[in-house]
Design a protein around this ligand. Structure first.
Ligand code: LHQ
Length: 262
């Protein structure tokens, strides 16, 4: 039997999700995307408090599997609308709506929709050999899987525009300097460091992380005035958590806080 296209392991509160088609640089097929979607929910249903998303082999993901749609370039061509709406978008929506933080551990090249998936995650840690290739215009396509939204917010409009139009790959050091990733670590310690980072988030105030994401996403499309109203409501939700109350008590007692994700 062939290996599953998505591997899953739970360790110390972290759901480790691995894209697993290394022979094609973890390029996505519809089945793989559906399994990825289900696996993200499996991790939260099981009560994991952070998700670490990474790739098997030398790549994070090369995006859409182009070979698997090659024979559809007849008549009308591949059905990109259903490919996106039925298979990519549920994954992207799940990532932005998770109850727990999700960390992309970009172990190698991330291209096209593979890069989009990494950009949708809350945090990115990259190995020093990682590369980011928007890739879309190189094959006559436009950015998808949310990248027209995520990329400019991370690196600013001008640089996003250049990266999408000119589309040469960006190395890890550059990615760090422009805010595309949060940390870069040496390849030999990458797996250990990525897990340590995920474990740190798994031990943190889970609700506050998810609500922070929600607030940032809302802020991107609303007025300052409306954001102030919204933040009051969201802060009320954060303020009602056990984690908040315990952290304030710990602070006043000059103790380190312990968070339980409630
Ligand atoms: C692949 C792929 C791949 C299949 C490497 N597919 N086999 C589009 C359409 C519709 C709706 C949904 O959304 C999208 C969004 C997209 O994602 S469009 C963008 C798709 N991705 C790309 O255009 C990237 C294509 N790949 C590359 O440019 C290179 O492979 C990169 C720069 C990622 C890595 O280059 P190398 O390190 O030189 O590796 P390689 O090219 O030799 O690839 C290794 C193998 O993986 C090779 O197979 P082989 O049998 O020769 O060993 C590639 O054919 C295969 N592979 N990407 N997307």
């Amino acid at each position: 039997m062939s290996e599953p296209s998505i591997l899953y392991e739970a360790r110390e509160g972290v759901g480790i999700v691995t894209l697993n088609r290394p022979e094609v640089l973890n390029a996505f097929t519809p089945d793989m995307l559906d399994l990825l979607h289900d696996t993200l929910h499996r991790a939260t249903d099981e009560g994991q408090r952070a998700i670490l998303l990474t790739g098997a082999g030398r790549a994070f993901s090369a995006g859409q599997d182009l070979a698997s749609i090659q024979d559809q370039y007849v008549d009308g061509g591949p059905d990109f609308v259903s490919l996106l709406r039925e298979h990519f978008h549920p994954v992207l929506r799940a990532i932005r709506m998770l109850d727990v933080p999700i960390i992309a551990a970009v172990n190698g090249v991330a291209a096209g929709a593979g890069m989009s998936v990494a950009l949708a995650c809350d945090i990115r840690i990259a190995a020093e050999n990682a590369r980011f290739a928007t890739a879309f215009t190189k094959i006559g396509l436009v950015p998808d899987a949310g990248m027209a939204h995520t990329l400019p917010r991370l690196v600013g409009f001008g640089r996003a525009n250049w990266m999408l139009m000119q589309a040469d790959p960006v190395d890890a050091a550059t990615a760090l300097s422009i805010g595309l990733v949060d940390r870069v670590v040496a390849a030999d310690v990458f797996a250990t460091e990525a897990f340590a980072l995920a474990r740190q988030f798994a031990a943190g105030p889970t609700r506050a992380y998810a609500l922070t994401r929600q607030l940032l996403d809302s802020a991107a499309t609303t007025s300052f005035d409306h954001l102030l109203d919204l933040e009051a409501d969201v802060q009320a939700a954060a303020g009602a958590t056990e984690d908040h109350r315990a952290a304030v008590a710990a602070f006043l007692a000059k103790q380190p806080p312990t968070f339980h994700g409630r």
